[in-house]
Design a protein around this ligand. Structure first.
Ligand SMILES: [Zn+2]
Length: 83
């Protein structure tokens, strides 16, 4: 695929998202209640904030999610070993 075609599809996808909102699909499970999402149209990434709203995935939120994921996995491993 030529770079022009990719750029055209990306721009077209962004236009669709502006008109009809993003089509977020779950891309990563952080915990049972926190997930990361990616738009199937334009590729924009999002996550859930402390109030449960979907917000843009900033570098700070990405770092928080990575740390939260490590803690969650470690805690889950301890819980499974204890039972
Ligand atoms: Zn989008």
């Amino acid at each position: 695929m030529e770079p022009t075609t990719i750029k055209t599809n990306f721009v077209f996808g962004k236009m669709l998202c502006k008109l009809f909102r993003h089509n977020y699909l779950q891309s990563k499970k952080i915990t049972d209640h926190v997930h990361e999402y990616q738009c199937s149209c334009c590729g924009k990434r999002a996550t859930v904030d402390i109030k449960g709203n979907i917000v843009d995935l900033t570098p700070q939120l990405q770092e928080i999610n990575d740390t939260l994921s490590k803690v969650y996995k470690k805690r889950r491993a301890v819980t499974l070993r204890a039972s």
